[in-house]
Design a protein. Structure first.
Length: 63
């Protein structure tokens, strides 16, 4: 029973991401803030790439 509950919760979380993207895109289109969201996406990609490079040593560390 517990496994089915967690499977259902996992499905809801998986479904939430594309749903959130659709809702956010619709709201952004309605209030004309598309460029701000695009800038946020670009900055997020830059930050993610920077963190990937900075923490490369941590990922490759051997204990």
């Amino acid at each position: 029973m517990l496994g089915r509950v967690f499977t259902s919760l996992g499905a809801l979380v998986t479904m939430a991401t594309p749903s959130a993207a659709i809702i956010t895109g619709s709201v952004a289109n309605a209030v004309q803030i598309g460029p701000i969201l695009q800038l946020h996406g670009v900055l997020t990609l830059i930050a993610t790439a920077g963190a990937y490079l900075v923490f490369e040593e941590v990922r490759e560390a051997k204990h």
